[in-house]
Write a protein that binds this ligand. Sequence first.
Ligand SMILES: Cc1cc2nc3c(=O)[nH]c(=O)nc-3n(C[C@H](O)[C@H](O)[C@H](O)COP(=O)(O)OP(=O)(O)OC[C@H]3O[C@@H](n4cnc5c(N)ncnc54)[C@H](O)[C@@H]3O)c2cc1C
Length: 357
Amino acid sequence: MSSAKQVIVIGAGVIGASTAWHLTKAGAQVTVISESGAGGVATPNSFAWINASWGNPETYFRLRIRAMAEWKRLANDLPGLPLAWCGGLCWDLPADKLEAYAAEHSSWGYGIERVGREQAARIEPNLAVLPDFALYVAQEGVAEPVATAKALLADAERRGARIATGTVDRLALVDGKVTGVVVSGDIIAADEVVIASGAGAPAIAATAGIRLPIETPPGLIVHSRPYKKLLNGLVMADRLHMRQTAEGRIIAGSDFGGGDPGEDPQATARELFEATKAMLRGSEGLELDFHTVGYRPTPVDGFPIVSRSEGVSGVYIAVTHSGITLAPAVGLFATREILDGERDALLRPYALSRFAR
Ligand SMILES: Cc1cc2nc3c(=O)[nH]c(=O)nc-3n(C[C@H](O)[C@H](O)[C@H](O)COP(=O)(O)OP(=O)(O)OC[C@H]3O[C@@H](n4cnc5c(N)ncnc54)[C@H](O)[C@@H]3O)c2cc1C
């Protein structure tokens, strides 16, 4: 890989952090610019389930599975990353659909185990409501999102990256090539600019005439105060997804992507928290601490945009939902494409150009 390419990464969420880390490790001179602190905007509000679970076509499943493997590679390179391969117990579909998911994903090689009531109780002894039939995937896990992004950025900095706070007003553009960014009226030059800016990406890209079709649906997650251990792993029950964080908080959404906050998010949070408590034995002293409403940067077809932009050189786009799952693969593949011109086959469906067709 070339050794001295100057790359600006706009964004310090999990996608920017992973991309900056991989670029720095590969020898690029990286500057991360973000208006948030290290950790990002959507990233701190994430449920942070690492998975290749139901509802996706096989091509996307393959990318997610690869990303799960890349987390393990990253954890070897950067010991201490706050990852837990805690397993996921899932019954958030009607029985026939759950069975169809198990059959399909098992045939793709996903490690799904069919479990009954007794086994579910052994996996999660504190569940007050047990399913007759559920699926257990031991290889699923979580990455505590802010701590992970911060660890990646800190290690990138240790390896020579520069981490700066600032708002990118626009991309600097000369003859169809992005030559840097403009921050508070000053141009900062670079050979390449990576837009890893989540919900802020469309406004930045638009300054170079690039249209990013991204939606930002909201998702509400409740957080308890830290509590004694009640959950071993992820629980995806009907309209209630929950897990216990590394610091002992039970966090829950009506979906892992967070529930609809509704007209009164406070009331929605209270209701969701009561449902969470009712699902857990030994939760009498469990208290709601706060809730978050995050906005998921989601390309309109639901799949990642990880690619260059046709017609404008010097810029690379990395915007996706499921960014916690995908971050290590996005960072690695973006780095290879930016520094070596090699596009990974797993990224083939995820170029921005698909929206032009
Ligand atoms: C409620 C919820 C639940 C989720 N659950 C899961 C899950 O279970 N599993 C999963 O894999 N994913 C999940 N996600 C999705 C995942 O969290 C996101 O895909 C991921 O966090 C996106 O990271 P990011 O780095 O792209 O964006 P962000 O974290 O939003 O970071 C964007 C960065 O860009 C910077 N920026 C933006 N504009 C500018 C500008 N003009 N100048 C300078 N800096 C700028 C911001 O300051 C920030 O640092 C969930 C998301 C939400 C909200």
